[in-house]
Design a protein. Structure first.
Length: 338
């Protein structure tokens, strides 16, 4: 989209007040250390993760809450994006939030709205960790014009992320074509977006999010091809479907799934964030699709100490209950491994 010098200069200067001093050097250091700090300065960030009980201080990671966990409530209007930070803190004691751009799609350049959003987080002692960005075009589009448009469409979210004090935006390495063609295109698109984001001290991190990106080796090769300290991954515990029964239709069952433990292991060396995806739980509170102990052992082995975001996507439990069960599971297993 637009990248006018005046708008970029204004947001950059304004954002430096809220983010640059705290996140600039620390972010670069974290990137160069393979995501050890998840892109944040732990000396300036609340590390309790859950904000109460004294338990989370024992964890080797910090806990954040992904806004998608409440997508039903948000889409139905039962809550709004502005309510999110307060809900995370007051209902769950969580002091880090991961926004989803879908829930403030037309507000990326609205300084009044962003100021209020930041104030809500600050007033509750909540860190804005990142913005998950979807619907802005494919960064791995083989068409250079479409790929360039997708890159530029993300500019406004880089600027909004800096304003809010986030360390990164989460993007998708998507595209149609052969593995090699899309890989080449994704390396170009991500490289150009990372170069833009560098001026704002914002990282560009890629989630395994379906298609080629859910192949750990493929996405690792993309990271190696970009080879920039500001670009990394956000390994998700559950998004490893590489092919649907009906190609491109995410409502259809998965026809081919990549091994999730292998995939997370391959993506962790580049991780600037981690997503603890959950769906269903057994009577003992364990997630039935993913062995959280095994996953957290992989995360710890990578010397990762940043935020792990709760992302509940189940339907058997309500969103409120699912988030709480995921939080309790992360804390329990995390304490055992810390």
């Amino acid at each position: 989209m637009s990248s006018s010098t005046n708008r970029r200069h204004f947001l950059r200067q304004l954002g430096l007040v809220t983010a640059g001093a705290a996140f600039g050097p620390a972010f670069l250091a974290a990137c160069n250390s393979g995501g050890t700090n998840g892109g944040t300065d732990t000396s300036k960030t609340d590390t309790t993760g859950t904000g109460g009980g004294g338990t989370a201080k024992d964890l080797f990671f910090k806990i954040s809450l992904a806004e998608w966990s409440f997508h039903n409530a948000l889409f139905s209007g039962k809550m709004t994006n502005l309510d999110f930070a307060e809900k995370a803190k007051k209902d769950y004691g969580i002091t880090g939030v991961e926004y989803v751009n879908q829930f403030f799609k037309d507000k990326a350049k609205d300084k009044t709205y962003l100021t209020e959003l930041k104030k809500r987080a600050d007033d509750n002692g909540v860190t804005s960790v990142l913005i998950m960005c979807d619907g802005e075009g494919e960064l791995g589009d083989r068409d250079i014009k479409k790929r360039t448009q997708a890159v530029e469409n993300h500019y406004k979210w880089v600027e909004a992320a800096q304003f809010l004090g986030c360390h990164s935006i989460r993007v998708n390495a998507a595209g149609a074509g052969t593995e090699e063609d899309v890989k080449k295109a994704a390396i170009d698109g991500l490289s150009r977006l990372t170069d833009f984001a560098k001026d704002f001290n914002i990282g560009v991190i890629v989630e395994n999010h379906g298609g080629y990106s859910s192949n750990g080796i493929w996405l690792s090769d993309v990271m190696k091809g970009v080879n920039k300290p500001g670009c990394g991954t956000l390994p998700d515990f559950g998004n490893f479907c590489v092919r649907r029964q009906k190609d491109g239709d995410y409502s259809t069952p998965c026809a081919e799934e990549y091994d999730r433990y292998k995939g997370v292991t391959e993506l962790m060396p580049f991780a600037k964030g981690v997503s603890a995806k959950s769906h269903d739980f057994d009577a003992q509170g364990n997630e039935t699709h993913t062995d959280f102990r095994k996953m957290l052992e992989i995360v710890k082995a990578a010397n990762y100490k940043g935020f792990i975001g709760i992302e509940y996507e189940g339907s058997k439990d309500s969103e409120e209950v699912g988030v709480r069960k995921t939080l309790e599971l992360l804390k329990r297993v995390g304490q055992e491994l810390s």
